[in-house]
Design a protein around this ligand. Sequence first.
Ligand code: PMP
Length: 352
Amino acid sequence: MLYLDANATRPMEPGAAEALCRALSELPGNPHSPHQLGRKAAAAVEDARERVAALVGRPARQVRFTSGATEANAWALQGLRRAAVERGGGPARVLCSAVEHPSVLCQADERLPVDARGVIELDAVEQALDRPGVAVLSVMAANNETGVLQPLPELARLCRERGIPFHCDASQLPGRLDCADLPADLLTLSAHKLGGPKGCGALIGARLPPPLLCGGPQERGDRAGTVAVPLVHSFGVATTLCRPLEDELQRQLEAAAKELGATVLGEGAPRLPNTSALLFDQPGDLIVMALDLEGVCASTGAACASGAAEESHVLRAMGLRGLPVRLSWQRETPVLEVLPVLEAVLERLRSA
Ligand code: PMP
């Protein structure tokens, strides 16, 4: 089997999977319990906090664990909206790019346009930030469907000049590119995108928004609920095992895919080195199904959308129509092995 769907989720790093299995039996305590098993669990959580912090070059005290990127995004955006309403007494708006993950889009009041490559338009950002009542700007580091990177330093500067918080969903960056110096007030991470377990993530920032989940005093009072110790421990281990990729294979893959008639989405924009979203003259969902029968796991874009084979909001925002095939991989994936399979599948579909 050839697994080319790393942006939906990655098989776990073997070391992280082992750490998870061990933790399930060896770390049974509640980190808030006063006895030795509680202290041992608390020490594992703090070790993971250090590791996750090191991945993004921040102090450990900025890291709060969540159930994933979806929760971290909801916490960041709902929290900042609430804080702005309480400060200003009036409505407060959440702005984001038109190509965000649905977990950000569903929190936002306004979607800012991207160009044909999928890069956010800075003029539109500036105008939107100058209108009153902006609680936060949220723009992802890298798009999950196309791999297109957004101009974070410029976005951070525009926000800083106006005193507006800047949130960045960086879920797709670790394990693809270096992420030790991301200029955002709040960062979202997801463990399962970088070789850790599903159901775990983090919100990271010097000034965290008011809690989304209230109740117990966990996570310094910022996120109630017993910390998922085994998941968090495994997340920490995964951060130290994941490494950035080179873009050589991507270049070879895309050159060959173009020979087969592909348009590469986001071509010309800075992109992740592990993602190629390819638009062919045949529908992406049919190609993906045919690839599956040949043992290749790919998707048409976001995992949530691919079952329904709907056109994606990301393509629409780029002014494109159609269903692409998204190939996304991790280090050591022999991605070029997809080429003969893809060629045969396209030949079959074109002659049908
Ligand atoms: N943001 C982005 C950019 C993603 O790709 C995903 C996963 N598809 C999420 C958020 C949601 O992550 P999680 O599964 O950890 O909630």
